[in-house]
Write a protein that binds this ligand. Structure first.
Ligand SMILES: [Zn+2]
Ligand SMILES: [Zn+2]
Length: 304
């Protein structure tokens, strides 16, 4: 599981930062969160291919979060894509995107589906569950979590031996969750496996001011990718426009018990010279904070 920050800025493209887009690479396919203008070109500078994008989750339809979509889809078509692509967003997204895709002489050579998701919605994408909640922004907006399914517990070799189960195929079947029999006795997986091991969890807030719903969504996240539009000094203005400050993002990460906080949607008003201060303000509250830069790649390892 790998996270690739394609655009770490907010509002508009600037010299140091592209606007929002984050790719999450799972087994052979990519989930893309937001698709700002230029996202397809950012992909070309990264280690992942946009042809592998299978699902796109838009946080909302402010221009800095979706204007890269028509261009990306057009390029996928020109490159011979045949695989289906699903695009999700808050209520109203499907209708608006259908309209957008009728403006030019565009015809996708592959299935392209638009979906509205609601507050509290969830989606099973094979091995992972995507959940969404309504974010606190100026227009309908969603925050997303991706949770990997639990894995079976660790195999306890001593227990298995003590029970008289012979090594080999029966061990594999028990590890896979099957009940087996040997010498007239029945053995269930719980007799030899430890407790189920939790999968990884990634949370992408999109644009939002802080609140208990976001904290709940971010509970125990391995990586919390959080709106960090402003620094500590400009927090009131950030909240007025449905955004968060770096320190508020850090407070949420701490309250939620997240493992790593990734600050994104950095306002174009901040330059390179502000970065050490922005990071230090957040780290004072939540030490495991990373200030995202474009093309930053983060391996998300299993905890156990
Ligand atoms: Zn934005
Ligand atoms: Zn916005």
């Amino acid at each position: 599981m790998k996270l690739v920050v394609l655009g770490s800025g907010g509002s508009w493209p600037c010299r140091d930062r592209a606007p929002p887009a984050v790719a999450l690479k799972l087994n052979g396919e990519i989930l893309l969160f937001d698709c700002a203008e230029g996202t397809q070109r950012q992909f070309m500078f990264s280690s992942v291919s946009f042809m592998q994008v299978r699902h796109i989750f838009l946080s909302h339809l402010h221009g800095d979060h979706f204007l890269g979509l028509p261009g990306l889809v057009e390029t996928m078509a020109l490159n011979g894509r045949k695989d289906r692509l699903d695009v999700y967003g808050p209520p109203g997204t499907a209708e608006r995107l259908r309209t957008l895709f009728t403006v030019g002489y565009f015809s996708a050579a592959f299935p392209l589906e638009f979906h509205d998701l609601k507050d509290g919605g969830h989606l099973d994408i094979g091995g992972y569950t995507v959940r969404c909640i309504e974010a606190s922004h100026l227009v309908p907006a969603l925050s997303y979590s991706v949770e990997e399914d639990c894995r079976p517990g660790r195999f306890n070799l001593e227990k298995a031996k003590a029970l008289g189960i012979p090594e080999g195929r029966l061990y594999n079947r028990l590890q896979a969750g099957e009940t087996v029999t040997h010498a007239g006795k029945t053995f269930t997986p719980d007799m030899v496996l430890g407790p189920p091991r939790k999968g990884r969890k990634i949370v992408y807030t999109g644009d939002t001011s802080p609140g208990p719903v976001i904290t709940d969504l971010a509970r125990d996240a391995d990586v919390l990718i959080h709106d960090s539009t402003s620094d500590a000094a400009l927090v009131a203005k950030a909240n007025q426009y449905g955004h968060s400050s770096n320190v508020q993002a850090a407070e949420t990460a701490r309250a939620a018990g997240a493992r790593t906080l990734l600050l994104v949607h950095i306002s174009p008003r901040f330059g390179k010279e502000d970065e050490p201060r922005i990071l230090a303000e957040a780290k004072a509250v939540f030490p495991d904070t990373v200030l995202a830069s474009d093309l930053l790649e983060l391996d998300v390892k299993l905890r156990e």
